[in-house]
Ligand binder design. Structure first.
Ligand code: HEM
Length: 412
């Protein structure tokens, strides 16, 4: 038997999708983004939304912004929260990060971010380069002539890097990876009882795993992020529940995005052989290629914000608490900042101005780590797998929250 709250969660997930479909059929362009046709290529629809003016408002009474200037300003504006003033947010019931600081406004957000930030100090991230390289080459060594980029390389790399960061013992890494994948997939929506059950169980199992590791690190601390967090707990800056949630945030935020950055890069280079040849001949272009992949196909294409006080965008008043969809993936194709924006070009000097890592107080804490992972991965792929190409059709995820692929069959 499902509990009442489980029934509500699944009903909520289905109801949001059902309502969205109806609104899309009635002409709402933001809701139309969820239709399978636009999921494959949302960029023409972004352009239609952009053409409606600086601020789009459809039947759903949700606002959407697409320009780089407005998206960047909205993310940095202290008057906009990630929740309404009453603490609500769209899709909370199936958001595995709803109780973590990425989904909190001030003052809790700043308090918890400050506790996690030391684990991402630039010096520490630089020191991780050798182990990221070792993991990358170990994974590449194991590959056959044909393989699935997502399951055989793009997923195990970030999972292994986050396991190192958090200090997950070797014996727990398999189930840590499995739980992370189940919880992350919930962003695509929960569509069945079995899926919901699996999700609820994985969240509970992760909690159990993190609780055990925290207890161990309290008595025997190491150099890892969990040890840093339990030290903050002793200083009463973070409660035990907040600590567990923060570990889940680092796992999901660090995994779900980086895996898709690598998958998206694989498909982009498979489709544009000139850019692949360029990277092959000049692996030193890898850091710029990472920025261009993030600009061109952002793993998190839109972020939600809610005005906590009357807000005006380009002369348009936005009521308090009304959702604003900040379409960063559209901002990343804004011709005012990125000339010829629909061209994939790894030598583009302005690519780094993309908003794929967000902006303002919630700017991605893991950006330096994912840049490192992307640099190492692309360099290694270009050097060791020069003939890398698709071996079948890549299967796209059915999600507007995460842009990426479930499977990318490739051959060396
Ligand atoms: C390509 C890889 C990545 C992308 C595209 C990405 C993107 C983002 C974006 C857009 C946000 C802002 C969310 C918002 O404003 O609502 C964010 C926040 C965050 N990311 Fe990442 N991320 C990536 C990798 C990582 C990694 C590797 C980690 C850590 C292991 C990480 C940890 C976080 C955390 C902790 C936050 C919350 C920051 C806050 O709310 O203050 N991310 N990320």
């Amino acid at each position: 038997m499902l509990t009442l709250s489980e029934v509500r969660t699944i009903a909520g997930s289905l109801a949001i999708r059902g309502t969205s479909r109806l609104l899309a059929e009635a002409g709402d362009l933001v809701c139309a983004l969820e239709s399978p046709r636009h999921l494959a290529n949302p960029y023409p629809l972004y352009e239609r939304i952009r053409a409606k003016g600086p601020v789009y408002s459809g039947l759903s009474r949700v606002y959407a912004i697409t320009s780089h200037a407005l998206c960047s300003a909205a993310l940095r504006d202290p008057g906009l929260g990630v929740r309404t003033r009453a603490g609500q947010m769209i899709g909370e019931s199936t958001n595995a990060l709803a109780d973590t600081f990425v989904s909190m406004d001030e003052p809790d957000h700043a308090r918890l971010r400050k506790v996690a930030a030391p684990a991402f100090r630039p010096k520490l991230i630089r020191q991780m380069r050798a182990s990221v390289e070792a993991t990358t080459h170990r994974l590449l060594d194991r590959l056959g002539d044909e393989f699935d980029m997502m399951t055989d390389f793009a997923a195990p790399l970030p999972i292994s890097v986050i396991s190192d960061l958090l200090g997950i013992p070797a014996g727990d890494r398999g189930r840590f990876a499995r739980y992370g994948q189940i919880v992350g997939r919930a962003f695509d929506g929960l569509s069945s009882r079995g899926h919901l059950r699996e999700y609820v169980a994985a969240v509970a199992d992760l909690r159990e795993l993190f609780s055990r590791l925290m207890a161990e690190r309290r008595t025997d601390p190491g150099e890892d992020a969990i040890s840093m967090l339990v030290t903050a707990e002793t200083d009463e800056k973070i409660t035990a529940d907040e600590l567990i949630a923060t570990c889940r945030l680092l796992l999901i935020a660090g995994f779900e995005t980086t895996v898709n950055m690598i998958g998206n890069a694989t498909v982009l280079f498979a489709e544009d052989r000139d850019q692949w040849q360029l990277l092959r001949s000049r692996p030193d272009l890898a850091p710029g290629a990472v920025e261009e992949v993030l600009r061109y196909e952002s793993p998190l294409p839109m972020l939600n914000r809610y005005p906590h006080e009357p807000y005006e965008i380009d002369g348009h008043p936005i009521p308090v608490d009304r959702p604003i969809i900040v379409i960063t993936a559209a901002a990343n194709r804004d011709a005012k900042v990125f000339p010829d924006p629909h061209r994939f070009d790894i030598t583009r000097p302005e690519a780094v101005q993309h908003l794929a890592f967000g902006g303002g107080p919630h700017f991605c804490l893991g950006a330096p780590l994912s840049r490192l992972e992307g640099d190492v991965a692309l360099r290694a792929l270009a050097e060791r797998l020069p003939e890398l190409r698709l071996a079948g059709e890549a299967v796209r995820r059915k999600s507007t929250i995460i842009r990426g692929f479930l499977s990318v069959p490739v051959m060396k």
